[in-house]
Design a binder for this molecule. Structure first.
Ligand code: FES
Length: 283
């Protein structure tokens, strides 16, 4: 059980959003199996035999450079992460992929991504992959202020970016929750990644949409019911991140309760059916 560790040489250090470090590693033997939604375990030996292990979402894969970019999440306790001290040229151990890829149905042509500074790393690779596949992508981004937003250059030009800021310094003044009514009917599928507030707002919007679809069953066919045969992804997937743990489904440390039951984020997650309306993946 578990994957074979590979050595990853650090090629570059960047920043996705303020305070969110991105690390690009050369790992040509690893990248072919990586998909949006996957994470890697970063493992770095410390003095005394201690090994720092962190779960890091895959935020980009560069097949030309043979590299993978992962986002170093801030520690939950606010402390300094030893991995943040890595320098270009350092080599650490990479394990993965961790988790299951985000499911996108064959019939999906319009994809709505809902995110904030915390969740952006989890959906950046999906925006890349979806647009390459010809899917129209709209990303709703929430931040306190303009300075907290990820640079638009981190996304393909064809992604429509719609911003909501608490202070109104750019885009809609308020939250993405107030924009959902406009964009939910447009989307064939949606993915939310970020704090509890935007996950709750997106889930409520998905439940309202489902009710609307059922209500219209005797009238004009709803787009959701025209999905291609075999499509099995729920309309809304929510990405739940975890920080540390075994990464192989053994310790139970990443288990969360969902509407569909207990889920180990490192095995069945991190993408879950936010409304619990479809069967979970098997392990
Ligand atoms: S991290 Fe151990 S079961 Fe998921």
């Amino acid at each position: 059980m578990g994957s074979t560790p590979v050595a990853g040489e650090l090629l570059a250090i960047g920043e996705l959003t303020p305070g969110r470090i991105a690390l690009e590693f050369r790992a040509p033997t690893l990248i072919a199996g990586l998909r949006p939604g996957h994470a890697l375990h970063l493992v770095r030996p410390e003095s005394g035999g201690y090994r720092v292990r962190r779960v890091a979402p895959v935020s980009r894969v560069d097949l030309i450079r043979g590299s993978v970019e992962v986002a170093l999440q801030p520690r939950a306790d606010g402390g300094q992460d030893a991995l943040a001290g890595l320098r270009v040229g350092d080599v650490i151990e990479l394990n993965g992929p961790i988790g299951q890829p985000i499911l996108i149905n064959k019939g999906t042509m319009r994809l709505l991504l809902i995110t904030d500074g915390e969740g952006f790393a989890w959906v950046r690779a999906l925006a890349d992959a979806a647009t390459r596949a010809g899917i129209s992508v709209t990303m709703l981004q929430q931040a306190d202020t303009a300075a907290d937003l990820p640079p638009p250059s981190l996304l393909p030009d064809v992604v429509e970016i719609v911003v909501a800021t608490t202070d109104g310094s750019i885009g809609h003044r308020g939250t993405v929750a107030e924009l959902l009514a406009e964009y939910v009917p447009w989307a064939d599928q949606a993915v939310v990644a970020g704090g509890a507030d935007i996950r709750a707002a997106a889930t409520s919007a998905a439940l309202r949409r489902r009710t609307t679809d059922r209500t219209s069953a005797s009238g004009k066919p709803a787009r959701a019911r025209t999905a291609a045969a075999g499509d099995r992804a729920p309309w809304l997937q929510a990405l739940l991140s975890h920080e540390i743990g075994c990464g192989i489904g053994a310790c139970g440390g990443c288990t969360v309760a969902t509407r569909a039951g207990q889920v180990r984020l490192c095995r069945e997650g991190p993408a879950i059916d936010a409304t619990g309306s479809t069967a979970k993946r098997s392990t």
